[in-house]
Design a protein around this ligand. Structure first.
Ligand SMILES: [Fe+2]
Length: 247
């Protein structure tokens, strides 16, 4: 899957004052966080639920849930590295120490990744009599990680975005986004798309996929649709198909 697939940068379009006054809202500014964070929030929520409901006496179910946990940790680790390399460095270059709070969170998250992997391994090694306790331990640790990460992403989307909008032009923010997309290996891109595209609203989803279609060969775009379609509800798929046909 090509790295050009998510060239469109999501804008949050939040211009409440303009809307309240009845004036036409200005074009939304580039938003580096919200679309991918919607995907991560869904990935985290569904994985936490999968661990909570898994039958530890069913080897296939247990293995599937633990594979999903490892996939989540891998995606979170990769996302954190991209933010450090591309976004925190851009913030620090224009406003020293501006990334300090969320960078410190990232150090905590890296410790959490290691702890959660240890919890997964402990569950894999546990004998039948100890499996339920090990599963509950993993579930609680994962819940704390998800809770902390939700708060962290809120700070990134509000405080970090406000700073980036003060210190960078739209063209500079789009360039950062493009550098992030270009650096993502194909296999990781497929994972991000699988979680991100279904997590978007219908209008955001149609805009993102419209941008992808303009930037991709038809076979590559078909592969994107095949990746996301199983994770859309039927009426969401039909809306998307109608929007793409009308574009
Ligand atoms: Fe982050």
């Amino acid at each position: 899957m090509s790295n050009r697939v998510i060239e469109g940068v999501a804008g949050d379009g939040t211009h409440a004052a303009a809307r309240a006054s009845g004036a036409a809202a200005p074009a939304p500014r580039p938003d580096l966080y919200t679309a991918v964070h919607k995907g991560l929030r869904t990935f985290m929520s569904e994985t936490l639920a999968a661990v909570g409901r898994m039958d530890v006496a069913d080897p296939a179910e247990l293995a599937g849930a633990l594979e999903q946990v490892r996939g989540l940790l891998s995606a979170c680790r990769h996302h954190l590295e991209l933010e450090n390399r591309h976004i925190h460095s851009a913030m620090e270059a224009r406003s020293p120490n501006a990334a300090g709070a969320t960078a410190a969170d990232h150090v905590d998250h890296e410790r959490a990744f290691a702890a959660l992997e240890a919890n997964v391994q402990a569950l894999e090694r546990a004998g039948p009599a100890h499996r339920a306790a090990a599963a509950l331990h993993l579930y609680r640790r994962l819940a704390v990680f998800v809770g902390e990460n939700f708060l962290h992403m809120h700070v990134e989307e509000t405080e970090n975005t406000a700073l980036l909008w003060q210190t960078h032009t739209d063209a500079e923010l789009v360039a950062i986004h493009q550098a992030i997309v270009a650096s993502i290996p194909s296999a990781d891109m497929a994972v991000f798309l699988r979680w991100m595209v279904p997590a978007l609203g219908a209008v955001e989803r149609a805009a993102m996929l419209g941008n992808m279609r303009r930037g991709l060969p038809s076979e590559a775009f078909a592969a994107v649709l095949a990746t996301v379609r199983p994770h859309l509800r039927e009426h969401e798929w039909e809306k998307l198909a109608r929007a793409l046909a009308a574009a």
